[in-house]
Write a protein that binds this ligand. Structure first.
Ligand code: ADE
Length: 281
């Protein structure tokens, strides 16, 4: 997978070199280019924004800067070809870890009937469609994703409209709050997507049991010791009875979802045992 990020704050994207993403870079599953948008600015002040047409507060990012930047990002040309890719922050252990068991089955997801030869352009904005785990799954099979980080009051809308000639474009929000710019949203989306790329997470059941992957929140987890500060691990988890443990985990998931995000339950198909757990819990 190839990720290109266009931003006026390249240093904000430094975390992409660390941890799991850094390791994916090292394993050559992932390559990332972070590009300073000011390289496409044409005036002597390298300005990337201007006052809003029609008046109002703040500044809007200029189409003459974003247009050529996105052209180059789609084609891997110009300054995009010249920036060095991110390197991993530190070498990772080559010995397998418990969560690192290689050999993940490729999963297929609904991708629609669009022209997949065009790269995917993701434009983070609080005015976008909510980003979900289903998006992360769908985008984990993309070859090339370009992220356009807006600042100020956003990017001139014509940039997004014009980009649809060269990209499949998605305007996405990571939640109902307003950040200063799209950079943090890119970190969120990139991490959610890359961990699902086959081979990155190793143990495939780690993400099959994720919150949201079955429409429910994940229940609580425990490790050793069995007793800690007077608190015991639930006894069923030490029983060795896997059917019972699976049922207990499902029940915990159902109860937590009802307590925290009850609206999610509406979309879940409940078995008779599920209903019983909810009645009794
Ligand atoms: N940029 C500013 N706020 C944002 C949000 N909530 N989601 C995505 N991008 C943003």
């Amino acid at each position: 997978m190839r990720l290109d990020v266009l931003t006026i704050f390249p240093e904000y994207l430094e975390p992409l070199r660390h941890a799991l993403l850094g390791k994916a870079i090292e394993q050559k599953i992932l390559s990332i280019g972070v590009h300073d948008l000011r390289q496409w600015a044409t005036d002597r002040h390298k300005s990337v924004d201007d006052t809003p047409m029609g008046g109002g507060p703040g500044m809007v990012m200029k189409p003459e800067v974003w247009g050529p930047a996105l052209d180059d990002a789609a084609a891997g040309a110009g300054p995009v070809a010249e920036t060095l890719d991110l390197t991993t922050a530190s070498p990772h252990l080559s010995a397998p870890r418990h969560d690192d068991l290689a050999g993940v089955d490729t999963q297929t997801y609904e991708t629609g009937d669009e022209d997949r030869s065009k790269p995917l352009l993701l434009v983070p904005t609080p005015a976008g469609k909510p980003f979900t785990q289903a998006d992360a799954q769908a985008w984990s099979t993309e070859e090339h994703i370009v992220f356009a980080c807006g600042r100020y009051e956003g990017i001139d809308q014509r940039v997004v409209d014009d980009a649809a000639n060269r990209y499949r474009v998605r305007e996405v929000s990571i939640g109902d709050y307003v950040l200063i710019g799209g950079e943090v949203a890119v970190l969120v989306i990139a991490e959610a997507v890359v961990r699902l790329v086959p081979g990155v997470l190793g143990n495939q059941s780690s993400h099959q049991e994720d919150s949201f992957s079955d429409g429910l929140l994940e229940g609580p987890s425990y490790t050793k010791p069995r007793s800690w500060r007077g608190l015991d691990v639930p006894e069923v988890l030490t029983s060795g009875n896997h059917a019972l443990i699976d049922r207990w985990r499902r029940d915990q998931s159902l109860l937590r979802t009802r307590a925290v995000r009850p609206e999610l339950l509406d979309a879940v198909e409940l078995s008779a045992a599920d209903r019983r757990a909810l009645e009794q819990g």
